[in-house]
Write a protein that binds this ligand. Structure first.
Ligand code: MIG
Length: 649
């Protein structure tokens, strides 16, 4: 059961759409207030597990850590960094008592969870205004489902968004994109989309193409589409200050940008040089921004990724920086002469010096900071709903709880290292707890150079994540799957994703329509698996146990009940295994996973992209009797549970 306690006059975040009963007191917490903040304390039992916080560092069990909700553009994905790109202020305590709490405020929030062995949860909300949602349920899993249901229906991507995609910061010309499509086709590796990073733009302006590199963008989109490849352009949060440019002029005329202290429009230096930030807190500005995507949909684009929406600021009108010279800036960052990000102190100064228009009142950005990215996703999503008559792909870097109704998320600038593969494994259940079903990391890693072994192991994991995208940064080694010598292993593992698609798509859609999680910790279903974070449940039928260690050719797996072990290396080989713990061999070109007792896994034939998707000839693996297959045309919007049909063995 969900109830809420209201403190002060909270900002409307629209995180929760369900009607919720109001309670007088925060039953589980000891509450204290000072002039500027409200603090909540809870004493943990020795064995209590604390879940939640979505996209943060640390383990799935958040005990022992300190985390700060303050959306930040950061490539420092280490445990000493308290803030990543998102704020998901939701905790679940599972132990002596089981309950959940969502601290619904876009202000800065500090979470100390048994930090320094304090034995307590301490949450400091740096505001006097918030809604505290409390959820009571018998199980941690039940608590999460109640939150997801209270958020409202999750974003539904089209089928092709579950295909495999390639990306890199560094593709510039049509030829670069053709080469990638050719490389995949020539090597017989499936591919559904290629992302277009900021170099497609004319001087990093949103809603523009470099005319020299893309003489006829509509024709190019159609050409690639004819080959079964969709193009997915990036859109950054800031609009370049450029008198004469229609998008800029319209924004100025409509007053759709964030204001500075003097009442003008705030100027922030990002990739295009000086930009204005659209005021995503203002419904009128959201409507205007969403409308701009017509530029892309007219050219045939059906998918987008939104970036830099924490918002990232390299310098501003108030803090000095290399004015307008983005080449110099990029070079300096690369050469290590300049930190990628401004210092937090400077950033805070900037965040305190611009303003949003909320119902006619000027609200300081700093006070609603964590909502900005999610509201950009909302603007885009609502715009695309009006522009298209079918589903679209959309994922964002920054987010707040509730943004899952509008799009997905990816987890930003990780690195090509084994720790970040494991971080991806931990992020997936935590993101799902907070409602973000459509999610994934940069497979292979963004920063640094990826080895063949790491990419294969990473692909073998992301074959199960809804967003499966290989992405890397500007000055790194080539990371396309056909660049690592013999492509056979890559063909098999990416091929497996496509053979699993009937299951992955079906499980995602059922989870989204039933307010459920798509990926969850094993212990949510099997309490005996407590503490095992490197195995996950994917949908109703599967348990996965990815290899996350360099050099390993086997790994320990805890099988919490009798299951069917599936070994895939071009074909599926099934074998029953009894409950127990095993060392399981997993060669580099293999994927090993498990089908739960009494469940089935539908698998399809090998295909090269989702245009060949076919559910008329599925094979059912496992010892169950029937499977509920969700199936539709992958594009239309009327997705209901009526699209489920029962398959019997
Ligand atoms: O300042 O668009 O996280 O995926 O390739 C970096 C360039 C801006 C950050 C994103 C990354 C993307 C990159 N962007």
């Amino acid at each position: 059961m969900v109830s809420k306690v209201v403190y002060g006059k909270p900002v409307k975040t629209d995180a929760i759409t369900a009607e919720v009963r109001e309670a007088k007191k925060a039953g589980k917490f000891v509450v204290s207030e000072d002039e500027k903040s409200i603090s909540f304390r809870y004493t943990l039992g020795a064995g209590d597990v604390v879940y939640g916080l979505g996209e943060t560092m640390g383990k799935v069990n958040k005990r022992g850590g300190r985390y700060i909700s303050f959306n930040t553009d950061t490539a420092d994905h280490t445990d000493s960094n308290p803030s990543l790109y998102a704020s998901h202020n939701f905790l679940v305590v599972d132990g002596a008592e089981t309950f959940g709490a969502f601290f619904d405020t876009p202000a800065r929030v500090i979470f100390e969870i048994d930090f320094h062995g304090s034995g307590e949860i301490r949450v400091v909300c740096e505001t006097k205004h918030l809604n505290l949602y409390q959820i009571e349920n018998e199980s941690a899993y039940g608590v999460c489902r109640e939150l997801i249901s209270a958020i409202g229906r999750c974003y539904l991507p089209p089928l092709w968004a579950f295909g495999y995609g390639q990306s890199r910061f560094g593709y510039v010309t049509e030829r670069d994109f053709r080469d990638v499509a050719d490389g995949y086709a020539r090597n017989g590796i499936p591919l559904d989309y290629i992302c277009m990073d900021i170099d497609y733009m004319d001087r990093y302006r949103d809603f523009s193409f470099n005319g020299k590199n893309f003489p006829s963008i509509g024709d190019f989109v159609a050409e690639m589409r004819g080959r079964g490849v969709r193009l997915v352009p990036i859109v950054d949060a800031g609009i370049k200050v450029e008198p004469g440019d229609p998008v800029y002029e319209e924004g100025v005329k409509g007053g759709f940008f964030c204001r500075n202290k003097e009442g003008g429009f705030f100027k922030a230096g990002v990739w295009p040089g000086l930009t204005h930030f659209p005021d995503f807190m203002d419904p009128g500005a959201r409507e205007w921004f969403g409308r701009q995507y017509k530029f892309y949909t007219d050219a045939g684009f059906e998918g987008f990724w939104n970036d830099m929406n924490e918002p990232a600021i390299f310098y501003s009108e108030y803090t000095k920086g290399p004015k307008n010279s983005f080449y110099q800036l990029a070079l300096d960052i690369f050469l290590g002469k300049r930190r990628r990000n401004k210092k937090e102190r400077e950033l805070i100064r900037d965040y305190k010096s611009f303003f949003h228009n909320m119902d006619g009142k000027m609200v300081r950005h700093y006070d609603v900071h964590n909502l900005f990215g999610g509201m950009m996703t909302r603007a885009t999503s609502e715009g695309l709903e009006r522009l298209l008559d079918h589903r679209f792909m959309l994922f964002s870097r920054s987010s707040y709880i509730g943004a899952s109704r509008y799009g997905g998320v990816w987890t930003g600038d990780n690195s090509s290292c084994w720790e970040h593969l494991m971080l991806n494994v931990r992020h997936m259940p935590s993101l799902n707890m907070c409602g973000f079903l459509y999610s994934g990391a940069d497979t292979g890693g963004f920063g640094g150079n990826c080895s063949r072994e790491l990419l294969l192991r990473w692909l073998a994991f992301s074959a199960f994540t809804p967003l499966m995208r290989n992405h890397t940064g500007k000055f790194t080694q080539n990371q396309e799957a056909y660049r690592f010598g013999d492509p056979d292993a890559f063909r098999k593992i990416i091929g497996l994703r496509y053979r699993l698609l009937p299951y992955i798509y079906s499980e995602y859609m059922k989870a989204a329509l039933r307010s459920d999680m798509y990926i969850k910790p094993v212990e949510f279903v099997y309490p005996e698996a407590k503490g095992i974070e490197d195995q996950l449940l994917v949908g109703e039928s599967l348990m996965i146990a990815p290899v996350v260690t360099e050099g390993a050719t086997r790994r320990r797996v805890f099988v919490p009940e009798d299951m069917t072990r599936v070994r895939y290396n071009g074909e599926f080989r099934c074998e029953p295994v009894l409950k127990g713990a095993y060392d399981v061999d997993v060669a580099l070109d293999e994927v090993v996973f498990f089908i739960r007792h009494g469940k089935l896994l539908p698998v399809g034939r090998a295909i090269m992209n989702t245009s060949e998707y076919d559910v008329s000839d599925l094979t059912l693996l496992g010892d169950g009797e029937s499977y509920e297959l969700y199936t539709d045309d992958g594009l239309t919007r009327d997705c209901t549970l009526e699209n489920i049909r029962t398959l019997r063995k």
